[in-house]
Every structure is written in structure tokens, then in C-alpha cells.
Design a protein around this ligand. Sequence first.
Ligand code: ADP
Ligand code: MG
Ligand code: MG
Length: 899
Amino acid sequence: MVIMTQWVYGFGGGSADGDASMKNLLGGKGANLAEMSSLGLPVPPGFTITTEACVHYYAQGETYPADLAEQVAAGLQKVEGITGKRFGDPANPLLVSVRSGARASMPGMMDTVLNLGLNDQTVEGLAALSGDRRFAFDSYRRFITMYSNVVLGLGHDLFEEVLDDHKDRLGVTVDTDLSAGDWEKVVGDYKAVVERELGEGFPQDPNDQLWGAVGAVFASWMNDRAKFYRRMHDIPESWGTAVNVQSMVFGNMGQTSATGVAFTRNPSTGEARLYGEFLINAQGEDVVAGIRTPQSLTRAGREEMGETAPSMEEAMPEVFGQFVEVVGRLESHYRDMQDIEFTVEQGRLWMLQTRNGKRTAKSALKIAVDLAAEGVISQEEAVSRVEPAALDQLLHPTLDPKAPRNVVTTGLPASPGAATGKIVFDADEAERMSQLGDAVILVRTETSPEDIHGMHAARGIVTARGGMTSHAAVVARGMGRPCVSGAGDIQIDDKARTFTVKGRTFKAGDIITIDGSKGEVIDGAVPMIEPELTGDFQTLMGWADGIRRLKVRANAETPTDAKTARGFGAEGVGLCRTEHMFFDDTRIAAVREMILADDEAGRRAALAKIAPFQKADFVELFQIMAGLPVTIRLLDPPLHEFIPHTEAEMDALAASQGLDAAKLKRRAADLHETNPMLGHRGCRLGVAYPEIYEMQVRAIIEAALEVKAKSGQAPIPEIMHPLVALGGEMNFLRALTDRTAQAVFADTGDQVDYMVGTMIELPRAALRAADLAQSAEFFSFGTNDLTQTTFGISRDDSGRFLQAYLDKGIFETDPFVRLDRDGVGDLIRIAAERGRAARPGIKLGICGEHGGDPSSIAFCESVGLDYVSCSPYRVPIARLAAAQAALAARTGKEREKDR
Ligand code: ADP
Ligand code: MG
Ligand code: MG
């Protein structure tokens, strides 16, 4: 028996082959079109070519599956059956859209072709059937432009020039002023452009058109902006895209027709009110492209925006009523905020797309908390719905409301948040400047998917045109960039690289500030204040804390960082790097004296000067972290990091400190290492110069005793030895630590509990964890170094070749950002197992950069670590990610990344 693969899934006419659960196969758009059809909603019939067909296409040297053509023909026939029209029939033509749709939504990354099936004959049929010749030729010229651009690769500008010439000739400014005859002439000229550019005419056979468009959708999966978007959102190339072929409905059939987009709740604030925009007598892309400024859907929305043009609620009350009912059903059905596209064709409503809407972090929190309060979802579901990384948007400073603002103009509050930066007018420039460390604000008339890398690089975005659902607004919200759109007073001169607003001119490089929550563009910089984390944030974090098993600590050594971390809910310090304390101006002199000392006695004398400072640092840290564990790592970097590198600097230092310059240079030469990363550092310092570690241990224990005596609450110091590889090292360091602590106890007549442990940052340490666990009471995985030493790649130098590895798909992600579960992860798993076998209950944590990465946190949960530790600003992200990891572990499912 031959098993046939089903490549084509139909939908429409009240039923469908697929459903919403089949996103992987049908893509998000196709799966939801199928679901809406089955729900009995008015969906123009069509069919979906599966993502598997796309995967096949790329696996087989860009060829289609053998039986695809046959299945597409059958799919088309069904659509013809439902609509009563025929594809290519001059008397009664079926027209279709060809739309891409991957598993995860990739707004505008791949292009759509509308009105496909039109040619010189069928356009006449459409004119006759609709009784509207102007409409028919308007549709035809749109089709030629889109098809030529998306499929034939001709620039939009070629067609815009022609249209502008016609408008000049006719003395009109807006498209709607062109008559049927005018459009007919435009169409003639468009076809001439294609003929001139390509040496052959615009394809007239609808079947050729269809396959051209299908091929273009598959090809668009590999275009640069799709690749960039995938990289930014971690979408694997292997997923492929589906193709949706859907019968056309027309929003451009006069004053009773319209097209629009809606969100069932406000995507910026989360407010539970229908929200959206529409345009009368327009087709698809017009709303999002920012070509005409759209009108509000609701009367309340219109009044809020101070618009005069009627809302949909007012202009077409009947169909609006039906629409409200449909979107209400969709939200209850999907149990989440929906982002919806629709068209009204001569008073009749058609649904073209629904998906879980992209939203800001603020909105995500509010919607999740509200839906749980409404009883639509559980608290667990609410917790799993907020993307941890998105919280970052809320954790950064906002504009000080009390500070004066010189507002130069106001546009739409398209994406909340504030940003200050230098003005740039071009996406490439934005990328270039931000790579050089400049904060930039991208200012454009409007944005298109070609600008996506520049929007990503910019701190904020301003557009002169476009509404709340324009490309700029949608993409900025998805990226968490503040955005002011439709700031119509701004006149941009791209050539001069300036913009003018109310008589003032701003140049590229001038500093502006934008407030995306208010839609303000402000001259100069404005002071910022720390965010307040209350309300929905606190509620959801409370639920998350009730769910998670992993503890969350922070990497912190300064009092400021430690306070921030506690404010964000850190449950201790997972990594306090003591060398940062050595660099402080007040002690670096003593540190250098120690390095220059000729013998142990000289070193001890210098260390005695550092000791009081160290102790004071720890006292402060213990007080801030009262009652919580604090892991302190003893001195880690090679000593030459503390002395100057150039001769001139050494001379200057010697002169200012009264040191012997020749001796300083000699010592620097002695300390020089060919490969410092693998050199005299970590516990190798403690083994060679035990007096350094003894001083540090003494300072820690004395500080703990002092805090205990003062506050009655003893801190829990965890003394951590870095870069251990051998059981022998650990035994030596353990003995040193205990001996020193006992001496302090004897001196003071008091005691505190403390722990001694090690970082695991060398493969040998992981493999021989059982040896280390003889003396170590805890392990903390130092995954920055462990990744370096496992791969043999230096993090500081990997930038030179990492991109090539990412581009070639050898690395899916940067292993310094997302833990390499296979290699580094294996070492962690082995170390955890062997460590636990040797010392049951051994405490395990992670303190590398990965401790704040949600995917790496999920891994830590799966290995059963006790805690993760990350930078203070990532603590809330880690708390939420840890809760999601716990939920995933409970249900046995990885969290659904693509919501
Ligand atoms: P995107 O993913 O960029 O939103 P879409 O395929 O959804 O691309 O479509 C682009 C525009 O064309 C949208 O406004 C959509 O509603 C509209 N559109 C798509 N298919 C049809 C159709 N069959 N009839 C009318 N409008 C359509
Ligand atoms: Mg769409
Ligand atoms: Mg290290």
C-alpha cells in the first residue's frame, strides 16, 4: 500500500481539514483559519500547503513533492465549489491571496500577494460582475505591483514613479481620486514596466501566477529579514513555512467596504477593551503600511484619540455589532487576547486571521492577571503566559514625571517606555552606531520589514506616518522598544538627514527623548527614575514564587547591587567576586604592595592593610542580606591584572606611589603569562600564597560574627574556592578554611555556621566531582568558564568567528548566552550525580551568566539544582522562568515558546 502524504488542507464553508492544534503542520495562520471555519465564522474558503511541503522543498534541492500539484488542483476545485467561481474563468473569476504562515507569527517578514488570478481577461469579468470597473482595475494594479515585487523581484519604486506621473498629469493627490479609466492606463504602464525590466510580459496564466507565488513564499522563508527575525526570536530554520491560498474578499468595493485590524484587549496597556483601526474602501496592507492614517474601531477609541473621522462603530453600526460578537467568541474560545484581521465587503463581514496577540510586558502581565481573575485561566496558566525575558522592559528606569520636558511634538503612544538617544534616519546607520556603543533613536517617515535590524539596534523609534497598528508600532511592541508613531508634524528630509517640526530643525546626531507611553517627542535628555514593581507585577510574581522549586540568588558585590537584588526578590547572593573589592581606589595601593612584596612576611604585612577593608565590605553585604546565604568567591584573577600594563603607566605609578619603577617592571615581567586564562589564577593563587586566602577567610568569618553580634541574626557565609580541578586542591583549601575559621572562633570566643565549597568550572572538576565532594559542601557551576574550558573557546575572542558558526547553523545559539545542554550540560549532570553520590544532599547552584537565561534555567530545573544566581536586574526574570520550568516539569512539557 502506498501511503500518501497529505500536503494540502482545505478550510471554509463551515468546516476544515485541520484545526488550531495543528500549528506545526499548518502554520499559525493556517491552523487558526481552519479553526475559525470550523467554528462557523465567516472565513473566505481556501487551503493550506503544509510546512512539511516547505521542508521537503528545501531538503530536495528546491523541488516540490511529486503529488503536490495534484493536491493543490483538488484544493482549488473545492474552493471553486464553495464560492461558485472558477480560477481563470473570464466570466466569473475566482481570485485568491497567497500568504505565508509559519508556526510562530513573523509579522510582515514574508510577503503576501493579493488578487491573484487577475489578468487582462479576468479583470473584465471582475468589472462586469461587480459593476465597478474602477474597483476591478484598482485591484489589478495592486496585484501587478505586489506580484512584481514579491515574485518577480522588481522594486516598488518602479511602480510608484508611474503612479506619481499619472497623479501629476491628472492633478490629483490621493489614489481614491483616480477613475476607472485612469487605473486602466496605470495598469497598461505597469505591464510595460515589467516587460521593459524583465524582457517578458506580466504572467497572464493564473496557474503560472499561483505557482510563482507559492515558490516566492517558500523562498521568502530564507530571505534576510526572515533570517534576522528568526535569529532574534530563536525560531529554528527547520520549521519551514506553510502557504495559505485563500479566496479574496474585497474591502475596496466602495463606502460599504472596509478592512481593519483589532485586538480584543489593548496590546500596550492590557486594558480589557476592544481596540483597533480600520480604513473604508481599502485593501489589506493599507492599514498596516501607514499609507493612509486609519480610523478607530470604536467610538470611545476615536474620542480618546481626538479623531474626527467616524469610527467603525459609528460608520457601519450593524456589521460592527456582528464583529464585536465574533471577536468576543474568539477571545473566549482561545482564552487569550486575540489579534484579528478582517474585511467588510459591501456590508458583509469576513474574518481573515486571528492569533494570540503580541503585547508589551505590561500588557502581558495585566492580561494574564485579569484572565485569571475572570476565571478564564488558572494562576498556573497565567504564570506560564508571560515571557520571562519580556519583564526586562519593566525593570529599567522610566522618565522622571517631575522633570521638565521640552515636548517638540506629539504622535501616537505606539509602544510604551522611554528612551534617549541620538537621532538616526536609517536602519543601517542605527545598527552601525549602536555597535559603536551609541544609544540611537530611529526616526523615519514609516518603517517596513527592511528596517527591522535598525529597529532592533535603536533604543526607540519615531515615525511621521502610520497608526497604532502600523508596522513600526507592532514590531516595536514585540521587541519592547518604545515607539511614537504617526507624529505627523515631523517632516523628514532623508537627503539632508534632518527633520523639521514646528519651525525647528533637528539634525542626525542631535539628542532626543521619546515617551512611548504618552506619544511625546522631547528635545534633549530627561532624567530617569527607578521603576516601581507593584500591582500586576507583584501579583504574578507572587504566584510564580508559590510554584517554583529553584531558589533565585543574585551575583552582587556592591551594596547598591545587593540592595537592588533584594528589592527584586533575590534570596541571597550566589556569587560575590572579591577581586572587585580589590580594585577600589582606597585599597589598590595595598594590593600592589602585596604583589611587589619579596617574601611571605612582606605579603602578610600588605594583606593586613587590606583586611579591614575586606571585613567592612562583608559586614555591609551581610547586613543587606540578613539571614540569607551569601556565597563569597575567594580571589580569582591573575595578579598581573592589578598592576599597570604599559611602561609609561608603570613609571607614573611608581612616581606617584614612591615605588621602585625598575622593581615594578621586573615583577610585571615575572607575572606575564602567555595564556592568562589558563594561568596562575583561581585557587592556584591560594595554593601558592595561602596567606591571601587566609586573610579573606578571616575577614569573612569576623564580619559574620560582627553582624551576628550586632543584629542577633547570623548570616550564612558560603566560602567558595574557584577553579578547583583536583581532590587534593580541595582538601588543602578546606583545611586552610577550617583552620582559619577555628582561629577566629578561638580569638573571639564566638562561632557562626559557614560552608566551604567550590566552583565547578573545569571539565576535570565535573568529571571528578566525587573527589571534590569529599571536602566541598557545595558546588556552584561557573558556566562562563565551564563553557570556555569545555569548548576551548575564549568568550572574549569568540566574537570573531561566532557569527560564522551561527550563520552556518553549526551553533544554533551563542553557547555563552544559552547553556549548551549537550556538552556543558552533560558535564553539569555528571558532576551533580557524582557529587550527590559522594555527599548526599550536597548543595548545587549555578552562578554563570546562564543563571538568568530562561532556557538555561529550565535545564537547571531538570538537573535538580537548588538555586540559580544571576545579575540583579535579571532576578525577576529568573523567578518567573523558574516557575515556568517547575510547571513544565510537572506536566512533562517544555514551555510553549511560540505563543
Ligand atoms: P501578514 O502576515 O503580513 O499579516 P497576511 O497574509 O495576513 O500577511 O496579509 C496581508 C494583508 O492582506 C492583511 O491585511 C490581510 O488581512 C489581507 N488579506 C490576506 N488574504 C486576504 C483575502 N483572501 N482577502 C482579503 N484580504 C486578504
Ligand atoms: Mg496578517
Ligand atoms: Mg571562573
